[in-house]
Design a protein. Structure first.
Lengths: 330, 177
């Protein structure tokens, strides 16, 4: 028997008995960060490889979602802070040791660039929504009107159109940094054994790219573009499954605290939700649907796309929730 | 200079005087504490062993809390004491997640708070509040680099352990066994 008691009335709210201080805000932010990274990555990549005409949705239209979801993520992050009036302190220093610091700076650069990119394609985005969503068309018309009225905006617009290639190159690099960062943020905490693995960076990147590809495939009109992103997504899901197996192999071969962390998923309280809903529902099931689609069955693309996005979000909620339960025991 | 603390698990009776002294000295809000007592029972009846520990921030040599702080609010002052600058803290919780000892908490005012090794008292040459009140004299505080400090002496004479050395933080609160 080993029993540990806090006899001095240690009842710190939100810390005891478990260190559960991050709620829905952090996983939501990690999800939209990954999604934005995926959208920006594919737009920049296919633009730079000269396939703008071949994949118009990926390059021209879908990236308009990136700044919207990033703003949602930033609002969630701000809500998470307990001392939010001091958030600007993030931008008074650069601390390379702290993933959260360079994450904040990456977001600070990605945010304006993610606005500039869809701005250069504003007429294409308008054409996409024309006759479909009236509100979106009205908002875009309003932005175009603003642009025509103020020379500063006009200049920003012209500047961005002229420098599309430069923006694409910076975006390509930053989108990967953003995608990896969402995982590294967690893996930097060695006190939480579930998070403390270097695999989390690549795993979150691949998962983020996969949700980005799913969104593009959902929005695409042209059959060729749908099929291409369906294929890309299948490949990313395969890599993700491979990483997940390796994640648990690593845990089981590691120290006692990491074995305990893995036990939460191998018979513990997160077993059903992780393997049932995330791995089966969010990865394997949409992958099967995509394969069926590729070999010729007629399946509405929105179904696998929805399940991939759902799985991506669920994965982050599970990891943040479970990670805060794991700890060193002494 | 390297401040450290030693705590005699054989002498402690678990009275919680150190906890109350800290709350009073540092104006810790009601319901919170910067140090706490752990009662550890090990073994099978009737061969049980009880260990009492007075725990607090370990003021580690390798500080994951300072490393993960995005603003530099968590910092190390002279003597290796880990402190938080309230007006630089944004309350993101990174340091709380980074600490293997759960030594940090959110102050109701939003910033992160923790044990300061009573640096305001130490600077005046006094002992920390918890050490000063301990009725069994089971707490020792001092400079590890000073050969004759109480903590250096007792660590030379006795066997000791630290909490979770496998976390790699090089903790500086020693438990005499």
């Amino acid at each position: 028997m080993k029993e540990e008691l806090f006899v001095s009335g240690r009842d710190i709210p939100f810390i005891d008995p478990v260190l559960h201080i991050w709620h829905w805000q952090i996983p939501l932010y990690l999800f939209v960060g990954g999604l934005a990274a995926g959208l920006i990555f594919f737009a920049s990549y296919f633009y730079l490889s000269g396939k703008e005409k071949e994949y118009p949705i990926a390059v021209q239209v879908a990236p308009f979602l990136a700044p919207i979801v990033i703003v949602l993520g930033l609002i969630a992050l701000l809500l998470d802070l307990r001392h939010p009036a001091f958030f600007w302190q993030l931008y008074t220093t650069i601390r390379l040791d702290s993933p959260m610091s360079w994450g904040a700076w990456t977001l600070g650069v990605v945010m304006p660039l993610s606005v500039l990119w869809p701005l250069t394609y504003i007429y294409e985005i308008r054409a996409y929504f024309d006759g479909k969503i009236k509100l979106a068309v009205n908002i875009i018309d309003w932005i175009i009107k603003l642009k025509n009225r103020y020379w500063v905006l006009e200049w920003v617009f012209d500047f961005s159109v002229k420098n599309r290639k430069a923006i694409a190159i910076i975006n390509l690099v930053l989108s990967i940094v953003l995608g990896v960062y969402t995982g590294i943020l967690l893996s930097a905490f060695n006190a939480r054994p579930l998070w403390n693995t270097s695999l989390l960076g690549p795993l979150f990147l691949v998962s983020g790219l996969s949700t980005g590809a799913a969104t593009i495939m959902w929005m695409a009109k042209d059959h060729h573009e749908k099929i291409t992103f369906s294929r890309i997504d299948l490949l990313l899901i395969a890599i993700e499954l491979f990483f997940i197996v390796h994640l648990f192999m690593g845990f089981l071969a590691s120290t006692a605290v990491q074995q305990e962390a893995a036990a939460l998923f191998l018979g513990g309280e997160f077993t059903a939700v992780f393997w049932g809903f995330f791995v089966m529902g969010g990865l394997v099931f949409p992958a099967i649907l995509e394969i069926l689609e590729l070999i010729g069955y007629k399946i509405p693309i929105s179904i696998p796309a929805f399940f991939i996005l759902f799985g991506g979000a669920l994965f982050r909620f599970i990891m943040v929730e479970a990670g805060q339960i794991t700890r060193y025991l002494y | 200079m390297r401040y450290a603390m030693a705590m005699d698990t054989k002498k402690c009776v678990g009275c919680s005087d150190c906890v109350v002294a800290c709350q009073t000295e540092n104006n810790v809000p009601h319901g919170y504490c910067r140090d706490w007592i752990v009662e550890n029972v090990d073994g099978t009846y009737p061969n049980l062993e009880l260990e009492l520990r007075s725990e607090r921030c370990n003021h580690c040599d390798d500080t994951p809390c300072v490393r993960t702080c995005p603003t530099g609010a968590s910092h190390i002052i002279e003597g290796g004491i880990v402190k938080v600058t309230h007006v630089e803290c944004i309350g993101c919780g990174a340091c709380i997640q980074a600490c293997p000892y759960d030594a940090r908490y959110f102050h109701p005012d939003g910033y992160v708070d923790k044990c300061t090794f009573c640096d305001h008292r130490v600077a005046k040459g006094q002992e920390t509040a918890c050490v000063a009140v301990c009725p069994t004299k089971c707490l020792y505080f001092g400079d590890l680099e000073d050969y004759n400090s109480p903590v250096s002496k007792v660590l030379r004479e006795r066997k000791w352990k630290v909490n979770a050395p496998e976390a790699g933080t090089k903790p500086q609160v020693y438990f005499l066994i």
